[in-house]
Design a protein around this ligand. Structure first.
Ligand SMILES: C[S@@+](CC[C@H](N)C(=O)[O-])C[C@H]1O[C@@H](n2cnc3c(N)ncnc32)[C@H](O)[C@@H]1O
Length: 357
């Protein structure tokens, strides 16, 4: 029997939130591009682009990108922008072609769209050299767990003017640790013993945070080991957003990767907008707002007067930093915030004025 496809059903709340974050970030990214870089070539890569719509006509990533570009082309010069859509299944690409031809007023003259039926990572290897010095946004939205290997991740870290958002079914790591499928999967993903121990010993709500830690460690390793990378990038910011499907234990998540202060700032603003309580999940990841309703979801956030664990954690980070040095520059404070998943106003609320929650 053929496996059911997400496009034959309605997108669930995890998918819709993932797509909304991608779409909102794409608009922020385009804003930076048209204001500063529009003479430069720009690429939006969607290498697991899907069929376009779900059963209820909810738009997937490809159509969301096209619609945004169609809107922006009315006001801005997008001649240097290319959207690259790839999927391993030919019927997905055909479905997109058909929507483009029949449903959208895409004339093909303001920005470029390229469609390929190609599997990842071949699709990425094919385009890598072309996008090397361009301004890029890469969206990787596979079903599974083991697509963003250390080899691929290293290449993403090397791309200087590039922001990447990738999805990972992090709960697979929990399952694998409990029931190892094979040593090869861990090796393929570069998961080290300390990370595996942490997975074993942690609340399953933490799993995507731990996967982000795994990638952050890899990025630091690459920076230190690889002189070439050190010369290309002075900073890599990485931020997770955990996603949980209601009434299940399954945890997924997005990882955002950038070299740019503006990029991380915009992503974190979106993440905190999505969840003003913890800024990094669509659920109560720290189980800290209602002990009687551990499984509560985003829309049940109470308006409480006490700081969340995430904000208390930031206060502790700042206090520790200030106890080690008398002063902290604005730049250092920004970096401290970005590296820990906060945008700087969160710190100002604490340092500048009595905090308002
Ligand atoms: C979660 S869906 C992507 C959904 C899409 N981002 C959207 O919003 O509509 C994953 C897609 O990856 C495709 N796929 C599966 N394995 C692949 C591979 N190795 N390379 C490229 N695409 C693949 C599937 O055909 C499917 O359309």
């Amino acid at each position: 029997m053929p496996r059911s496809d997400i496009f034959d059903k309605s997108f669930d709340e995890v998918t819709l939130m993932k797509l909304d974050l991608f779409e909102k970030y794409l608009e922020e990214w385009l804003g930076v591009y048209v204001s500063k870089f529009s003479s430069k070539k720009a690429y939006i890569l969607d290498l697991f682009c899907g069929a376009g719509r779900d059963r209820d006509a909810n738009e997937g990533s490809a159509l969301r990108s096209i619609k945004i570009l169609l809107k922006w082309q009315k006001k801005y010069d997008l001649r240097n922008v290319t959207l690259i859509l790839c999927d391993a299944q030919v019927e997905k690409i055909e479905s997109l072609e058909s929507i483009l031809e029949h449903d959208l007023s895409y004339q093909g003259n303001a920005f470029n769209i390229r469609r390929y039926c190609k599997t990842f990572p071949e699709s990425f290897f094919q385009i890598e050299a072309e996008i090397k010095n361009a301004f890029n946004l890469i969206f990787l939205d596979p079903h599974g767990f083991n697509f963003i290997t250390p080899e691929i991740f290293k290449k993403l870290c090397f791309l200087r003017y590039t922001d990447t958002i990738f999805f990972i079914a992090s709960n697979f790591a929990n399952r694998f640790v409990a029931n190892p499928p094979s040593e090869a999967t861990f090796q393929e993903m570069g998961l080290k013993e300390d990370i595996m121990q942490e997975i074993k010993n942690s609340d399953h709500y933490e799993i995507h945070r731990i996967m982000a830690k795994h990638y952050r460690k890899l990025s630091h390793e690459f920076c230190h080991q690889d002189k070439q990378l050190e010369g290309v990038v002075d900073k890599i910011f990485l931020s997770p957003f955990s996603l949980k499907k209601e009434h299940t234990h399954n945890i997924y998540g997005l990882i955002f990767l950038t070299h740019d202060y503006c990029g991380i700032d915009k992503f974190l603003h979106l993440a905190w907008e999505k969840n003003p309580f913890n800024g990094e999940a669509n659920f109560n990841i720290d189980r800290d707002y209602d002990p009687n309703r551990n499984d509560s979801q985003l829309r049940l956030f109470p308006i409480e007067k006490v700081p969340s664990n995430r904000l208390t954690a930031l206060h502790a980070i700042i206090d520790r930093e200030l106890s080690q040095r008398e002063k902290i520059s604005n730049k250092d404070l920004c970096i401290l915030c970005y590296e820990n998943g906060y945008y700087p106003q969160k710190a100002n609320e604490y340092i500048g004025n009595p905090p308002i929650y």
